[in-house]
Design a binder for this molecule. Structure first.
Ligand code: NDP
Length: 410
């Protein structure tokens, strides 16, 4: 049905490539490209062993638009799936524009030197994508991603007006490390240490980092302390569903994680500015002054999220709790998926956080190749029909459950 060029082969990328390789009738040719060719080749080999599908590999520096253009022209894909880092979103979108190829990602653009994310940078490409006749599907992981599709599904089938939206993300798993992040540590720590933000009555309200928290009860898991964070999908959802009066995002963290995060911040290891470091020369004849970014250095010594799967037990539970009106009556609605770390690991070699992100990205690519999510311009997932995506989500490994008129706790 089509050819895909995937850029990025980390934890999430491994799952995306795996899910696509399981479906050669849809993904006729897959090319997996990343910065480090050796790692990509090893991933392709593991996927071949698990699925019997051979995928091509390539090396690319996705910060370099010319290199990307050359690769896209060589591969001639129908779609570029970007699961590298948010820093690369704009260079990859530039290369897609230059070559006339559609685009999909799972996280919105962030500049390297500023821990700040918002859609304005990518939305600014809308007219150019329209004129080029190509589609960009933004934020097609779980959150953002499925969280937006769940909201669109609720709006289409269960509500006349949505008034309150709470996206709730619980990881009740245990990886048996003192401290580790579940996806790229640099991106993860930048996200969690920034100020909180939520939407109320037409305004955005800022909080101190992790200032607002409360226990929420997750299905099959129980009560977990949940912290209000800023999350990118709130920005598009309040725009696309203007009846929303309040929109918030909650994520669980354990005490151990927060204690380590506190220390990391207090000792300056979460800094994203460059500092000078005296590195001993290999021949022992003195030191060289090199610039390092503390958070990038920290990433190098933390456990690699890709290696967490084997001993990870427990599950994730992510969903949307929605309050609104249907046929003149107040209604509450909770839709969620629970995903087992071990089941995810057995299927793809990756834990559930990578799995819950990678499955929707591969499914979004399928929606595009089938022509179901295809329209020139730059779109968030809720801009497309949620039904065909929801119909396939369970089959692809992320079954969902709905509860009506229960206590949302929020
Ligand atoms: P990893 O750090 O595990 O993987 C990143 C991949 O991108 C690696 O293969 C890396 O290559 C590659 N890469 C980094 N820089 C470049 C570059 N300049 N050129 C080419 N390749 C590059 O990250 P994750 O897999 O954990 O996360 C991937 C994406 O998924 C991130 O954008 C993250 O924000 C997003 N995400 C989205 C979620 C959602 O629900 N929407 C949830 C979790 C993550 P190398 O091996 O050389 O480092």
């Amino acid at each position: 049905m089509g050819k895909v060029l995937q850029i990025g082969a980390g934890g999430v990328g491994t799952v995306v490539a795996h899910k696509m390789a399981q479906q050669p009738h849809i993904f006729e040719e897959i090319t997996l490209a990343s910065r480090t060719k050796k790692k990509v080749d090893a991933t392709a080999e593991a996927i071949y062993k698990a699925t019997g599908t051979r995928i091509r590999t390539a090396q690319v520096d996705a910060d370099n638009v010319d290199e990307l253009i050359k690769l896209i022209n060589d591969v001639k894909p129908d779609l570029v799936v970007n699961v590298a880092l948010p820093y690369q979103d704009l260079t990859i979108m530039d290369a897609c524009l230059a070559t006339g190829v559609s685009y999909l990602d799972t996280a919105n653009y962030e500049p390297k030197d500023e821990a700040h994310f918002e859609y304005s940078w990518q939305w600014a490409y809308k007219e150019r994508f329209e004129q080029a006749g190509i589609t960009a599907i933004l934020g097609c992981g779980f959150d953002p991603g499925v969280s937006g599709v769940f909201t669109a599904y609720a709006a289409k089938h269960h509500f006349d007006e949505i008034h309150q939206l709470d996206i709730v993300d619980c990881n009740a798993g245990n990886h048996h490390h003192a401290f580790a992040t579940n996806f790229n540590p640099e991106i993860n720590i930048r996200e969690i240490t920034q100020k909180g933000l939520y939407y109320k009555d037409g305004k955005w309200i800022e909080t101190e980092p992790l200032e607002i928290h409360k226990p929420l009860t997750y299905p099959n898991i129980g009560a977990r302390e949940s912290y209000l964070l800023h999350h990118e999908e709130l920005e598009s959802l309040v725009k696309n569903y203007p009846t929303i009066k309040q929109a918030r995002f909650w994520m669980t963290f354990g005490e151990q994680y927060l204690k380590h995060l506190d220390v990391i911040q207090n000792i300056g290891m979460s800094r994203i500015d460059e500092i000078e470091y005296e590195a001993p020369l290999a021949n022992g004849s003195g030191v060289a002054k090199v610039k390092i970014v503390p958070l990038q250095f920290l990433k190098a010594v933390l456990p690699n999220p890709q290696d967490l799967g084997e001993n990870y037990d427990g599950e994730t539970s992510i969903g949307c709790r929605i309050r609104g009106v249907k046929d003149g009556k107040e209604r509450t609605y909770y839709i969620y998926n629970n995903c087992s770390h071990q089941a995810a690991y057995k299927e793809t070699g990756m834990q559930a956080v990578s799995y819950t992100t990678g499955v929707p990205a591969a499914l979004g690519a399928e929606m595009y190749l089938k022509g179901l999510w295809k329209k020139p311009g730059v779109w968030n997932v809720e801009d497309f029909d949620p039904d065909p995506f929801m119909a396939r989500l369970g089959e692809q490994g992320l079954p969902w459950i709905e509860e009506f008129d229960g206590d949302l706790e929020l």
